[in-house]
Design a protein around this ligand. Structure first.
Ligand code: HEC
Ligand code: HEC
Ligand code: HEC
Ligand code: HEC
Length: 169
């Protein structure tokens, strides 16, 4: 065998041995116990805090709003799309029924024009957003500057929710 090939074999063999050693040293201890991943990652993910509760969980305490929403244009929007992650609220709000909620359970109430325009603003770069799965297949878009921006008498800025009820717009 020519000498240069021998040297190459030695070089490759030592890289391979180094690889095996490094693999043993660096491999996380629970790797490979169940499959080609760290089995401890299952435990770690289970321990993560849940932030979203899902719309079904709101019905128990806010049935009226749920019914209003279900029969209107916003039927397909989930409550938490507008009100934000609500897990803590769902878990603890019933202790404060009829009273005032502590700050940590108060949810976002997105009533500014910008909040609605996230979905309803028309602009050149936005083609109509199409949802295949619902009957109202296109979100109606308005021109923010033309669509009732101010109260003609008082000249104050009108909010969308002055005219549109968000749960049944
Ligand atoms: C266990 C009962 C319960 C559940 C479940 C619940 N809420 Fe509430 N929620 C309350 C109570 C109590 C209040 C305080 C006002 C009241 O008495 O209606 C409240 C108030 C609110 C408010 C108004 C807060 C404010 O600042 O005025 C919003 C918005 C709200 N809930 C949204 C939701 C959403 C979204 C869900 C589902 C993810 C939900 N809630 C689930 C009991 C509940
Ligand atoms: C399109 C966004 C949007 C969605 C979707 C939505 N909300 Fe609201 N919600 C609002 C806004 C905006 C307000 C504040 C209204 C106001 O100040 O007049 C509000 C207010 C509330 C309030 C306070 C009481 C009231 O009637 O003003 C409760 C409770 C509430 N929402 C619960 C829900 C629940 C439960 C769902 C799902 C069934 C839901 N919301 C879905 C935007 C939304
Ligand atoms: C996450 C996206 C989203 C947000 C935020 C949102 N909407 Fe909508 N809206 C929709 C969808 C989807 C529909 C149903 C399709 C349609 O009719 O445009 C709709 C329908 C409507 C309609 C009926 C349009 C028609 O067909 O006549 C009105 C009015 C409306 N929304 C007002 C509002 C107002 C006011 C707000 C703010 C409080 C708001 N929307 C926030 C997604 C959104
Ligand atoms: C002064 C009351 C008023 C205000 C404020 C207002 N709207 Fe309207 N909106 C209406 C009326 C009335 C209609 C139905 C007649 C029409 O199509 O113009 C309408 C229609 C709509 C439609 C359906 C448009 C279509 O093509 O059928 C959408 C979407 C809408 N509004 C969203 C909004 C949003 C988002 C805001 C805030 C940025 C807003 N509106 C503010 C009164 C209002």
């Amino acid at each position: 065998m020519p000498q240069q090939i021998k040297r190459l074999i030695i070089a490759f063999a030592s890289i391979f041995v180094l690889f095996l050693i490094m693999q043993q040293v660096l491999k996380p201890d629970s790797f490979g116990e169940i499959g080609h991943y760290r089995s401890k990652s299952i435990q770690e993910n289970k321990m993560r805090v849940l932030h979203y509760a899902g719309s079904e969980s709101c019905i128990k305490c806010h049935e009226e709003i749920h019914l209003e929403k279900s029969s209107g244009f916003h039927a397909t929007l989930k409550c938490e799309v507008c009100h934000g992650p609500s897990m803590k609220h769902v878990q603890y709000a019933d202790q404060f029924e009829g009273g005032e909620l502590p700050d940590s359970l108060i949810l976002n109430k997105p009533g500014e024009r910008e909040d609605c325009l996230i979905c309803h603003q028309s602009h050149a770069a936005r083609t109509k957003i199409v949802f295949d799965s619902i009957d109202n297949s296109v979100i109606k878009q308005i021109d923010n500057l033309k669509h009732n921006p101010v109260n003609k008498k008082t000249k104050e800025a009108l909010k969308c929710i002055d005219c549109h009820y968000p749960h049944q717009p």
